[in-house]
Design a protein around this ligand. Sequence first.
Ligand code: SF4
Length: 417
Amino acid sequence: MIQTFDTDASEHPSRPPSETFCILPWIHLHIAPGGAVLPCCIADWRKPLGNTSTHRIAAIWNAEPYRQLRLSMMKGDRSATCDACYQDETNGGCSMRMHCNEHFQKERAALDAMTPNGAVNDPRWIFLDVRFSNLCNFKCRTCNAQYSSSWEREDRKFSGSPGRRSRRKPLADDPMQQVKVAAARARIINFAGGEPLLMGEHYQILEHLIAQRLTHIQLRYSTNLSVLGYRGKDVRELWQAFSDVTAFVSLDAAGTRAEYLRHGSVWRKQIANALAIRRLSHHVKLRMSAVVSLFNIYHLPDLLDELATQELIDLDTDCESKLYKLKDPEEFSIRVLDATTKNKVAQRWEDWLDQRPLLSPALRRQIREIIAFLGEDHTGLGPLARRRIDEIDARRKESFSDTFPELQHFYRACGTS
Ligand code: SF4
């Protein structure tokens, strides 16, 4: 997912051109692990604007789907690919669209480069988010084969199908060369995956940026922090060359709950690596990125407290850590929980908030949005949730009941699988 940025919000007085306008299709390039080009990482993956395994990036950028998207945004029309943002806005939340429009206000001049048919020639992708593959050593309950090669292997083994397959595919022409050219003009590069710290391409890009003296570029990571290096390369050494690095660590729960939820993780190792990063604090900012699902919603306050105790986050000042509301797979959304469990969860969060009057406004706002989201009724998906939980438990020889005793009421309310 796209992470928060430290860009200067300018005092640009102008209003966005329309109610559906988003700056990203003018300044941002997102390539998903399988090569699908999307306007951003939360856009609907079923509606890609092109694929780099068949076309050059520059051709996709000014082909009909991208041009139509820009023209629709200028007119105020909605585009199906951006539904995630409209949904958040309908529910009163701050969408990624709103967030990016605010943080990239200064880049509004990029609109001047648009031709009447929606093309943007000689693009400058200020913000690059290129995912080289789905290579990942975890298979998180909230993820799928599109973003995890471990999930892909498991799907293949148990169902004979690779699921939402998204193996590494070559970009048309020389992939690294295209990305290097784009990187030379970028201001922010986001590395995600899969797990970027396991990807050789990630290290090649860092070494290229260092060799080209492009170390002013802000580096952003979505990482599970299970490793700090790859084939003899230590990412901490490479990071020393850069002035602005932020690692958003995927942490959703603590201890055995974490290891169930993010299969492949070793809680103590992740914390040890996070503490090792913390020692580089003058170079590297550490932030949390949690996916909020039915599994972790009850115990998430404990994780926040644990990370604060370890001085890995500062609850009073942190305005960048992210709590993402899981929507896909929908059956694991917090909306699926039964009313009794929801009440218990909501009360726990209210008590936690009451005890923390100094909590950062950004975290408080996100928690408020989560409590509101919890109120939506998707309990009809409970039986499907239980079937999927039991199916994956059987595959992995894990036990939801043993790991999440606090969710027994929900589990029973879903019936038997
Ligand atoms: S409107 Fe939302 S979904 Fe569409 S490109 Fe912008 S941030 Fe992404």
